[in-house]
Design a protein around this ligand. Structure first.
Ligand SMILES: [Zn+2]
Length: 270
């Protein structure tokens, strides 16, 4: 019967669609089914009187990387992260993580980069276009060297403005020109963006998506899960000088991370 057939067919499609997440979940371990954590750093420096709150000492950064490495965390490429968020089939390690830096400080090259190399970790650095080659910010040569090693560079606007307060034209400029700046320096296309101060609204998100960025990072708390999170509103865990990293690490390194980490929301002011 025609109607009966339709019903069966419909049920079959429903069943298949319903099974899709399970099929992909089968290729994933319990660990990252809870979502992928993205850490956010700013300064890695011995003494920084300007922004002490946003500064982690090199020794502390090395200790944190050591803990992650020993526990089996592996930094994954942004491509794999994006594929996971799009629910495309992708092979991930048991404990995937992303390490990001905002603002493009020179100390990222001087202190964080050697430590990342020591642990064979990669990272993403979000740079405001105007800061390239400025005093105490990353130089073009430093960016190129890190890019060749596998550090990925993303846009963080041109002037580090609150994007939600800009006119349409200004917003377009802030989002597009930094992509051009980074391409000039790295000879690679910048696919990732992070919102200055974590400020976003629907308009900023739409302009970023239309400018061919694959993903955008906020400072919303918690882990990134494909079912819940939009790829242009990704979550990050900021690491401050005051962060209890051991406490955070215990949450990251368990199977119940999602619920507990959703409660982890330190105030953000960077
Ligand atoms: Zn910033």
């Amino acid at each position: 019967m025609q109607i009966g057939k339709k019903v069966v067919c419909h049920q079959l499609i429903c069943l298949l669609v319903g099974l899709l997440p399970v099929m992909f979940a089968n290729s994933a371990s319990a660990q990252y089914l809870n979502g992928i954590p993205v850490l956010l750093y700013h300064h890695v420096s011995e003494n920084n009187s300007d922004l002490p709150h946003l500064t982690v000492t090199p020794a502390e950064f090395a200790r944190q990387m050591d803990m992650l490495k020993k526990a089996g965390f592996e930094t994954i490429s942004p491509e794999k992260f994006v594929a996971y968020m799009r629910q495309e089939p992708v092979k991930l390690p048991d404990k995937p993580i992303l390490i990001t830096f905002d603002d493009g400080y020179e100390d990222n090259y001087l202190y964080a980069f050697p430590i990342l190399k020591q642990y064979d970790f990669r990272a993403v650095i979000f740079v405001p276009g105007v800061n390239i080659d400025k005093n105490k910010r990353l130089s073009s040569a430093q960016i190129r060297e890190m890019s060749v090693y596998g550090i990925v560079f993303g846009g963080h606007s041109v002037t580090h403005s609150d994007l939600t307060a800009l006119s349409g034209q200004e917003l377009q400029y802030e989002v597009k020109a930094v992509k051009k700046d980074l391409r000039q320096v790295t000879a690679k296309t910048s696919e990732l963006f992070s919102y200055p101060y974590g400020y976003f609204n629907l308009r900023t998100w739409e302009v970023i998506a239309a400018a061919d960025y694959q993903a955008a990072f906020t400072v919303l708390p918690g882990l990134n899960t494909p079912d819940r999170d939009n790829i242009y509103l990704l979550r990050r865990i900021p690491i401050y000088s005051t962060t209890d990293f051991n406490g955070l690490f215990r949450l990251l390194d368990t199977n119940q991370v999602k619920t507990k980490l959703l409660e982890y929301s330190p105030e953000y002011d960077g």
